[in-house]
Ligand binder design. Sequence first.
Ligand code: IMP
Ligand code: MG
Length: 191
Amino acid sequence: MAHILHWITRASSGYPLMSTLVPLISQAEIADTVARLAQTLDQDYAGKSPVVVGVLKGAFIFLSDLIRQMQTPIQRVELIRLSSYGAATNSSGNVKVLMDLPPDLVAGQDVILVEDIVDTGRSTSVALANLAACGPASLKLCSLLDKPSRRQVAITIDYLGLTIPDRFIVGYGLDRNEQYRQLPGIFVMEA
Ligand code: IMP
Ligand code: MG
């Protein structure tokens, strides 16, 4: 298991801040999880050519690893951006769509929505509703992580990587105040 990481960030004032990051999911475990999800998607989408829609920013690393593990010919990769957090570690409940997708790219297609994590479920439900309104042939959700303890909206995760406890995590695309996305493993932030 990886060791505790001491990571120096800078506050917007430029002041250095040290945080203690406790390993939760190693790079190797993430890689195994992504490979397993890709294999399952390949089986389920045999003979199809899905449109893969990633949710920015958090899913960008998972999305790029996932599609490179898939053998299925992906018709197109699209990105949407939703934001609910601002600088807080609790979802504000106010989900903003910061980028939208032309409905004709989704209509009649087999669509896979790719999320980093389903926490309260609010942003995922908005993304799924927006995509469903475009009339896809099918619509499935693939999320690397599930944090079911804080769920406020019921969400079916068709393809799930790992379930995590109710802790705020960073790394592998997930941020706190936009930082830590670059960490290759997933860590719990010690306050
Ligand atoms: P929601 O609460 O399910 O709407 O989650 C919205 C977004 O919050 C997710 O897509 C993540 O980008 C982010 N998020 C949720 N939990 C965490 C966490 O523990 N660390 C970092 N980001 C998180
Ligand atoms: Mg975030």
